[in-house]
Design a binder for this molecule. Structure first.
Ligand SMILES: Cc1cc2nc3c(=O)[nH]c(=O)nc-3n(C[C@H](O)[C@H](O)[C@H](O)COP(=O)(O)OP(=O)(O)OC[C@H]3O[C@@H](n4cnc5c(N)ncnc54)[C@H](O)[C@@H]3O)c2cc1C
Length: 462
C-alpha cells in the first residue's frame, strides 16, 4: 500500500520547504520529495553562496579604503580557498539546519526524483528503486535552471553557468560575463574585487535592464571604478576555445580574451515532461500556468516559485508558497500584485526597488512626482565613506500616494522592506520620526521631497 499524505510537495527549495512547513502548521500530514540537495537553488547554488562570496569580496574592498579612514593595514589579499571554504561551511550549516527544521514540523523528507502519474499519485525514482505515494493535494515547486545559449553551450570548464562560477577552484585572470542582469552583475563584483579582469556583455541598452535607466548608468559608472567593463547593446556571437584563453567574439566583430565565460542570461523553469503529459497540465510558455491562488488547471494541483516563471526570487517563492499552502489546506488566499514584491541586487553598490519604476509610470501615462535624496548628503553615510547613490520615491499625483521606490547605494537591500511599508502612504507619513544619523534618513528625505517637504533639498517646483 502506497503511503498517503494530505499534501505532497515536490522540490525542497525556497518555495517547496516553505509550502511544506506552512501546510504542516495548518494541521496537514506532509511529505516533501527532493531529488537533489535540501534547500534547492537559493541555499546551495544561489542566494546564500553568492552573498557569502560577495561579503568576502566586500571585506577585501573595504581594506582599500582603510588608509583614508585612518587605519593602516600592511596589505590585503584574497585567500580564495578560504573564501570558498567559508562559503561552503555557511551553506552546509544552513542545509543541516533546514533539514532539522523541516523534520521538526513532522514533514517527511523523501529523497528521489518525483513524477506525478495522476492527480493524487506520485512515483518516486531513485537509482535503487521506484516507489509510489498518494496525496490529496500536490504542490509543484521544481524550480529553474540556467538558460543555455545554443551558440555557446555550457561545457562546465570554460563556458560556465552561475553554479560553476560560485565554486571555481582558482581566481580566473579574466572573465567575460554574458548577461548584465542580477546574477551576472553580482558575480562580476565578486570576481572584479578579487582581481579578475571582468567584462560584461549585455544585449540590451543598460545593465540591470529591468530597472530605470538612471540605475543602469550609475551602476555602470561605479563598476568602472571596480575595473569592470560593460559593453551594452551587443550580443556574443561565438566563443573560440581553440587554445589559450577563449576568444569571445561579439556580433560587432570585437574580440575579448577570457579564461572563463559565464553565461547568465536568465533561468528557465524545470518542468517534468512526464508529469505535464500525465496531468495534461496547462503551460504558459516554458512555465506552469497558475491563477492568483497558485492553482494549476488540475484541481488539487498547485505550482509555485521559479517553475511558474513569475519573480524568479526566493521571497517571491515564499509568498507563493504561503498562498498555495493556505489554499491546499482549506483556506483562501491570492497573490494580488507582484510589483509589491521587493527586488534586490547585492552589487557594489546595491540596488533595491519596490512598486512602480519611473519608466513604468511614464509608459502607463501616470502623472507622477519623483522625490530624490542623495547618500552623499547624509551624515551617517559620509561617516562610513559610503556616499555613492540615491533614493527616488515616486508619488502618484492623482491619488497623492507613494507608488514606487528605487534605491542605489550601500545596504539599500536592507532598507527596501521599510520602503515597501511606505507604499500607499500619503503626506502624513512624513511625520514619522527616523533616528539621526542613520542611512534610513535618506529614505525619509526622498519621501519628503516627493511631497515638496524636504528639509535638506532646495525648494521643489511642483
Ligand atoms: C546565483 C543565484 C543567486 C540568487 N540570488 C538570489 C537572491 O539574492 N535573492 C533571491 O530572492 N533570489 C535569488 N536567486 C533566485 C532563487 O534562488 C530562486 O528564485 C529560488 O531558489 C526559487 O525557489 P524554488 O523553490 O522555486 O526553486 P529551487 O530553489 O530551484 O528548488 C527546486 C528544487 O526542486 C528539486 N526538484 C526539481 N525537480 C524535481 C523532481 N522531479 N523531483 C524531486 N525534486 C525535484 C530541485 O532539486 C530543487 O532542489 C538566486 C539564484 C541564483 C542562481
Amino acid at each position: 500500500m502506497a503511503e498517503k499524505f494530505d499534501v505532497v510537495v515536490i522540490g525542497s527549495g525556497s518555495g517547496g520547504y516553505a509550502a511544506a512547513i506552512r501546510c504542516a502548521q495548518r494541521g496537514a500530514s506532509v511529505a516533501v520529495i527532493e531529488k537533489g540537495l535540501i534547500g534547492g537553488t537559493c541555499l546551495n547554488c544561489g542566494c546564500i553562496p553568492s552573498k557569502a562570496l560577495l561579503a568576502s569580496a566586500h571585506t577585501l574592498l573595504m581594506t582599500k579604503h582603510a588608509a583614508m579612514m585612518g587605519v593602516d593595514i600592511a596589505s590585503a589579499n584574497p585567500n580564495w580557498p578560504k573564501m570558498q571554504g567559508r562559503k561552503d561551511a555557511i551553506v552546509a550549516g544552513f542545509v543541516k539546519g533546514l533539514t532539522g527544521l523541516i523534520q521538526s514540523h513532522k514533514v517527511k523528507i523523501l529523497q528521489g526524483s518525483a513524477i506525478v502519474i495522476a492527480p493524487n499519485k506520485i512515483k518516486i525514482e531513485t537509482e535503487a528503486a521506484a516507489t509510489e505515494v498518494q496525496a490529496d493535494k500536490i504542490i509543484l515547486a521544481t524550480g529553474s535552471q540556467p538558460i543555455e545559449l545554443p551558440t555557446i553551450p555550457f561545457d562546465g570548464r570554460t563556458v560556465i553557468s552561475s553554479k560553476e562560477a560560485l565554486a571555481l577552484e582558482q581566481i580566473p585572470r579574466s572573465m567575460v560575463i554574458v548577461g548584465g542582469g542580477v546574477i551576472g552583475c553580482e558575480l562580476a563584483c565578486v570576481y572584479a574585487a578579487v582581481g579578475s579582469k571582468v567584462t560584461i556583455v549585455e544585449a540590451l541598452s543598460q545593465l540591470i535592464p529591468m530597472e530605470d535607466q538612471w540605475v543602469g548608468r550609475l551602476i555602470e559608472r561605479e563598476f568602472k571604478k571596480l575595473g569592470i567593463d560593460a559593453v551594452t547593446g551587443q550580443k556574443v556571437a561565438s566563443v573560440d576555445k581553440a587554445d589559450g584563453p577563449a576568444k569571445v567574439v561579439l556580433e560587432n566583430g570585437w574580440t575579448i580574451d577570457a579564461e572563463k565565460v559565464l553565461v547568465s542570461v536568465g533561468r528557465r523553469p524545470v518542468v517534468d515532461k512526464e508529469t505535464v503529459e500525465a496531468l495534461n497540465l496547462e503551460m504558459s510558455g516554458p512555465a506552469i500556468a497558475v491563477n492568483q491562488k497558485m492553482e494549476t488547471n488540475i484541481p488539487g494541483v498547485y505550482a509555485i516559485g521559479d517553475v511558474v516563471g513569475t519573480t524568479y526570487l526566493a521571497h517571491g517563492a515564499f509568498a507563493e508558497a504561503k498562498a498555495a499552502a493556505v489554499n491546499a489546506t482549506g483556506g483562501d488566499e491570492r497573490i494580488a500584485d507582484y510589483s509589491l514584491i521587493p527586488r534586490a541586487v547585492y552589487t557594489f553598490p546595491e540596488i533595491a526597488s519596490v512598486g512602480k519604476t519611473e519608466q513604468a509610470c511614464k509608459s502607463e501615462g501616470l502623472d507622477v512626482t519623483v522625490g530624490r535624496s542623495f547618500f552623499k548628503a547624509n551624515g551617517r553615510n559620509v561617516a562610513h565613506n559610503e556616499t555613492v547613490g540615491e533614493i527616488r520615491v515616486v508619488r502618484d499625483n492623482s491619488t497623492n500616494r507613494i507608488i514606487g521606490v528605487t534605491m542605489v547605494g550601500a545596504v539599500v537591500t536592507e532598507l527596501i522592506a521599510a520602503a515597501r511599508a511606505l507604499l500607499g502612504s500619503t503626506e502624513k507619513i512624513t511625520e514619522v520620526s527616523f533616528p539621526h544619523p542613520t542611512v534610513s534618513e535618506v529614505l525619509k528625505e526622498a519621501v519628503e521631497d516627493a511631497f515638496g517637504l524636504s528639509l535638506h533639498n532646495p525648494p521643489k517646483v511642483l
